[in-house]
Design a protein around this ligand. Structure first.
Ligand SMILES: [Zn+2]
Length: 312
């Protein structure tokens, strides 16, 4: 994992003003220019995606839900301002069940991001989805246990506001425009993606037992991961577009006959595919619609309902 020094660029670090004031404006302030602190697209992924970009600006953002996994790293790709957030923190110190997902999505929105891409490593639940498969899911199953997964929890926020009771549809959890952009980006790089499928998200950090894995397969689900939930629902509650790009790093325990999944195996396959995944990610970013023209279901998730607090 790269640290700040390894970025090789001038890095402006700033402390963010608290977003707890709920003013509806950006939570982040810095000593740099305001444009450097803003982004229209968010990427939740590690340093392998941004560490070589020119002119990366690092900013710290606080949120009503506590700090996100790490600083935001803002850069530009094909004229689009992008904020990268290392999901597990620099050095990968946060296990999936300890990630502050609410803070992460809130922080991205607070710097201006309205479309979010969430690349992640997954296990394949079918023999044909072997290591190196890129699957862009269209469905999600939550099998997590302990995560804060809503902004509408009915509890007072630091500024004293109490969220209203709001039920958001997650029937189609991913942004259709984002999925289209991701699929086209992969195809243009001769990496034929699997178009659609169900991502089941488990609590982790352990991998599945063979019985659990066989059960997941028997349901017809496609891939299994540990971080795709609650990112999708939290993005939806903030009316953000969210697209998951899953890279299969192993066959899950029920889909293979060996010793089961090892952490080492996962890291190896991820490292071997990081360059082309980054290429697909950047092409996806380029192909995403301009923020002002978004007309997907994500933009109307609240249906005009008052959340009881100001969105950042
Ligand atoms: Zn959308």
């Amino acid at each position: 994992m790269a640290n700040t020094e390894q970025l090789g660029n001038a890095v402006a670090t700033s402390t963010g003003a608290s977003a707890a004031t709920s003013t509806g404006s950006s939570a982040a302030t810095s000593t740099g220019s305001s444009a450097a602190d803003r982004a229209e697209i968010g990427v939740i992924g590690g340093s392998g995606f941004y560490s070589f970009l020119d002119d990366v600006t690092e900013i710290q953002v606080d949120t009503p839900y506590g700090p996100p996994s790490d600083s935001l790293f803002l850069g530009e790709i094909a004229g689009r301002r992008v904020a990268f957030l290392p999901r597990h923190g620099r050095g990968h110190h946060l296990p999936p069940h300890r990630i502050n997902y609410r803070a992460n999505l809130w922080a991205l929105r607070s710097v201006g991001a309205r479309q979010v891409l969430g690349p992640c490593a997954v296990g394949g639940l079918r023999p044909e989805y072997g290591p190196g498969t890129l699957l862009v899911p269209d469905q999600l199953v939550d099998r997590t246990k302990s995560r804060e997964q809503t902004y509408f929890d009915g509890l007072p926020r630091p500024d004293g506001t109490i969220p209203n009771v709001v039920h958001v549809s997650l029937a189609d959890p991913y942004c259709p425009a984002g999925r289209k952009a991701a699929l086209e980006a992969a195809r243009s790089r001769d990496w034929e993606p699997v178009d659609g499928g169900t991502l089941v998200v488990v609590e982790g950090p352990r991998f599945s037992t063979r019985a659990e894995s066989l059960w997941h397969q028997a349901q017809g689900w496609s891939v299994v991961g540990m971080t795709g939930h609650p990112e999708a629902i939290l993005a939806r509650e903030l009316e953000l577009c969210y697209t998951s790009l899953t890279l299969v790093t192993d066959l899950d325990a029920g889909a293979e006959t060996g010793e089961g999944v090892s952490h080492e195996e996962v890291l190896e396959v991820f490292a071997a595919n990081i360059d082309r995944l980054r290429g697909v990610l950047f092409d996806t970013i380029t192909a995403l619609p301009p923020t002002a023209t978004r007309d997907c279901l994500c933009t109307k998730a609240l249906g005009g309902m008052d959340p009881g607090f100001a969105l950042p």
